[in-house]
Design a protein around this ligand. Structure first.
Ligand SMILES: NC(=O)c1ccc[n+]([C@@H]2O[C@H](COP(=O)([O-])OP(=O)(O)OC[C@H]3O[C@@H](n4cnc5c(N)ncnc54)[C@H](O)[C@@H]3O)[C@@H](O)[C@H]2O)c1
Length: 290
């Protein structure tokens, strides 16, 4: 039923797919490491391995940049660093504000990696009057009353939200009204923004939940092979026997029905612990086999 037209990958205005844009920072990180070691050229295979990406995908991604490398030589590291930095808009300085200077906001303010990548922390903003004027990472915290003037005065277009979830939407609305068009949201809530505003969400607990899901699956695979009910008369195959993996994958409990909803539930809701809450031993699957 799907039509090609509705399933085209999302692209940015200059025709680079969003998925490619999302991989550019991975290439840049790997290339920067090569550049620091004064490596002049790199093959697509080496770079793909360093970036953790498939090499065919890398070549396709670079074709969007008009970079094809030289057969037998590879890609010029310095030129690619420049090209990707330019594509990502990193050849200019980006003033950033962080709102919510608690544990996380202070840690972000102290992180040296922003400045070295062209992101200058222009201001730290907090609603707590007791915080106003206190230095964090060498910058005096400013009160939220000054949010709008800080944004306009510093030409800030990127805001980082590190407030409690309940305050995040209101902070977001104020940032956007003041002129911010890109938001990095650490608060565990979904933000509504008008057309033209980009939001990136970082949630470490969701990443942990996804890892927990995979851990559960790994543990489940080991245990379930020993259960006679799973495959009727299926006996665990002797170690290394060729059929073992295929047989286990064919069991209903191991299939996609479990993977999809659980993974999605973790991402959509951000609910603590996801499917692992369902049984005291943590091994009750979200979708029971018929
Ligand atoms: N994304 C992640 O991986 C991750 C990791 C840790 C924490 N968090 C989230 O980050 C947020 C901050 O966590 P924390 O541990 O630093 O909390 P915290 O309580 O230490 O700090 C929150 C700060 O926000 C300030 N604040 C509250 N309302 C505000 C408002 N309307 N405007 C401006 N500032 C306001 C508070 O005064 C406080 O200084 C929380 O939402 C937390 O759930 C996310």
């Amino acid at each position: 039923m799907a039509t090609g037209r509705t399933h085209r990958p999302a692209t940015r205005s200059r025709g680079i797919p969003e998925a490619t844009v999302a991989r550019l920072p991975l290439y840049l990180r790997a290339l920067t490491a090569l550049s620091e070691r004064s490596v002049p050229t790199v093959s697509s295979e080496e770079l793909a391995a360093a970036a953790g990406v498939n090499s065919a995908k890398l070549r396709k991604d670079f074709s969007y940049l008009g970079s094809y490398g030289t057969r037998g030589v590879g890609y010029d590291v310095e030129y690619l660093v420049y090209q990707i930095s330019r594509e990502l808009g990193l050849t200019q300085d980006w003033p950033v504000v962080i709102v919510g200077i608690g544990n996380l906001g202070a840690a972000l303010a102290n992180y040296g990696g922003f400045a070295s990548r062209g992101f200058r922390v222009a201001a730290l903003i907090d609603a707590d009057p007791a915080m106003a004027g206190k230095p964090v990472a060498g910058i005096a915290v400013q009160h939220t009353d000054e949010l709008e003037s800080i944004i306009t005065g510093n030409g800030v277009s990127i805001g980082v939200i590190a407030t409690p979830a309940g305050a995040a939407q209101q902070v977001c609305d104020r940032l956007v009204a003041a002129g911010v068009t890109s938001i990095l949201n650490f608060a565990p809530t979904v933000l509504s923004v008008p057309e033209g505003v980009d939001v990136r969400k970082v949630d470490l607990s969701i990443e942990l939940q996804i890892l927990a899901f995979h851990e559960q699956r790994k543990a489940g695979e080991g245990e379930r092979v020993a259960l006679p009910i799973e495959g009727g008369d299926l006996e665990p195959s002797p170690g290394g026997s060729r059929g073992t993996e295929g047989e286990r994958v064919a069991l209903p409990i191991e299939g996609g029905a479990q993977a999809g909803p659980m993974a999605r539930a973790g991402q959509d809701t951000g609910a603590a612990a996801g499917g692992r809450q369902q049984g005291p031993d943590g091994d009750v699957p979200a979708v029971m086999p018929a």
